[in-house]
Ligand binder design. Structure first.
Ligand code: GLU
Length: 509
């Protein structure tokens, strides 16, 4: 495959928040481009003005930036092939529709919306529910194939509304080789005469998409499987526009499925099962409805990308942790699967956990610090140590603070169950004795605390269970957590002893 000057594009329609399926398409385009030293382009496909949502474009930009997959050419960073919004390219499309009329591969159609509804209803009543404007039905409709040339001219000059439709041949095989699916063959008798140019002066998705891919010198079209049925039409458009020899290669990505594999993953599934299906939070301005995003949930962009990359692709080894640079190295289209990828919320959490754990303690501290401050805690020089200790039990940054709240401030309460089970009658006296031993430790390191504690157990001839849980309760308020000795070390001698005293005074059975 010639891999010179790879140019790929992500071409979302700004109709709402970007679904994670869209982000995955963007990610695969990005990985493919970077792998081949190519260019990753973002084109906004806003030809359908009725579905346009104002803040959707900004959302797309923010989501890609958050993931670190910023386009090389886009509306906000234009290259030589602009504009990058189809609405701003409006004057460019008409000539291509006209050239197809001239070479007989497209025609004017004057049928009004009412007339079309009527034929559809009639067909339905005659038990033919799937009426299509095609090689058979077009012969009885109002178009430049059935009306005289003069009448067509007259109608156009009188300003009558019309659309331009592609003239799909009756019985032809369209064959193409999809980079992921292999050879696909479709007979044109199954296609309809799609509108390529609308009465409002705008091209439809199909025409605009082909014209732009051609003018922007796109080499590979990597997009979702939902566009596979449109591919034969697109191939015909390339042919009719005389561009077949420079047509981009096509690659249709598998769908992202619900966790049970039953159908496409939707926002409803996410709401029902408690995971986001969008990269960032989104509020619908019309309904006020809110949708949660991975970013606000606390995912790192690296774990989000890693998780997304594996929804439909695998490296062919057992290795699963791939940073963006590693994904670029490893990514190939021939390792993208043909069948749908089941979304796995547990796996998403697992990836996040892995990234949190592998993050350097001081780096974690820098990220945790503002969150802790916002939650009303004061932080000190111990923060990296706290992060290092708590990260093994956390998935998100905020878990470090929530799970380790006793390391950020005073104990708010003692876990009742643990008090009931582990605070025995003799606990206060044993703990008071332990306190005396702790007081004698000169250098209060985790190691020295552990040595002193073990010696205490031996001296008293008791097991860990007889005092360990009570000590944990005294210094953390909890029944479970990381190493006792590390907690004591982080708290420091003074605070540890103070907490033991407070527990002795407060916990009553
Ligand atoms: N505008 C289309 C979309 O919203 C683009 C499809 C394509 O990539 O050709 O998905």
């Amino acid at each position: 495959m010639d891999m010179q000057n790879v140019r790929v594009r992500f071409a979302p329609s700004p109709t709402g928040p970007l679904h994670i399926g869209g982000v995955r398409t963007a990610l695969y385009n990005y990985l493919f481009a970077k792998k081949h030293n190519g260019t990753f382009i973002l084109r906004i496909e806003d030809t359908d003005q009725t579905r346009f949502v104002e803040k959707a474009e900004e959302y797309i930009q923010e989501a890609l930036d958050w993931g670190g997959i910023t386009p090389d050419e886009s509306p906000w960073n234009p290259g030589e092939y602009g504009p990058y919004r189809q609405s701003e390219r409006k004057p460019m499309y008409r000539e291509y529709a006209d050239s197809m009329i001239e070479n007989g591969t497209a025609y004017y159609a004057f049928d009004t919306a009412e007339e079309l509804t009527e034929v559809r209803e009639r067909a339905k009543a005659a038990k033919m529910p799937n009426w299509q404007y095609n090689h058979i039905t077009r012969n009885s409709m109002q178009n430049s194939l059935t009306l005289s040339e003069d009448l067509v001219k007259e109608k156009i000059e009188a300003g009558e509304a019309y659309v331009i439709r592609v003239k799909i041949p009756r019985n032809e095989e369209v064959r193409f080789e999809d980079e992921i699916r292999g050879w696909v063959t479709v007979n044109t008798s199954n296609l309809d005469d799609k509108v390529i140019f609308k009465s409002d002066g705008m091209p439809t998705y199909h025409l605009a998409n082909i014209v732009d891919d051609h003018l922007m010198k796109i080499t590979h079209v990597i997009r979702g499987e939902e566009w596979l049925p449109s591919a034969p039409l697109h191939i015909l458009l390339y042919r009719y526009l005389g561009w077949e020899s420079t047509m981009p290669k096509l690659a249709h990505l598998p769908l992202i499925l619900r966790p049970d594999g039953n159908g496409k993953l939707s926002k409803r599934d996410g709401d029902r099962l408690g995971f986001p299906v969008f990269p960032l939070n989104w509020t619908d301005d019309n309904t006020g409805e809110e949708s949660s995003g991975y970013r606000e949930r606390g995912y790192f962009p690296e774990s989000f990308n890693n998780m997304l990359a594996f929804l439909g692709w695998n490296p062919g080894t057992n290795e699963e942790i791939f940073k963006l640079q590693e994904l670029i190295q490893a990514f190939t289209l021939n390792r993208v699967g043909k069948s749908g990828a089941k979304f796995d919320a547990q796996k998403a959490l697992w990836f996040q956990q892995q990234y949190l754990r592998s993050t350097d303690n001081s780096e974690l501290a820098e990220m945790v610090s503002p969150i802790a401050t916002e939650m009303g805690y004061s932080v000190n020089a111990n923060l990296p140590a706290i992060c290092g200790m708590m990260k093994e039990r956390a998935t998100f940054l905020k878990d470090i603070i929530e799970e380790g709240s006793y390391l950020f401030g005073d104990i708010s309460n003692y876990d009742e169950k643990t008090v009931k089970k582990k605070w025995k009658e003799n606990t206060p006296s044993v703990l008071s004795e332990l306190k005396i031993d702790f007081e004698a430790i000169s250098e209060f390191t985790a190691e020295n605390i552990e040595t002193s504690f073990s010696a205490f157990l031996a001296k008293k001839e008791i097991g860990f269970g007889q005092i360990g849980p009570a000590l944990r309760l005294a210094i953390s308020g909890k029944g479970m957590g990381p190493s006792l000795f590390e907690i004591c070390n982080i708290l420091g001698k003074e605070e540890t002893l103070k907490r033991i005293n407070t527990a002795l005074e407060t916990i009553k059975k």
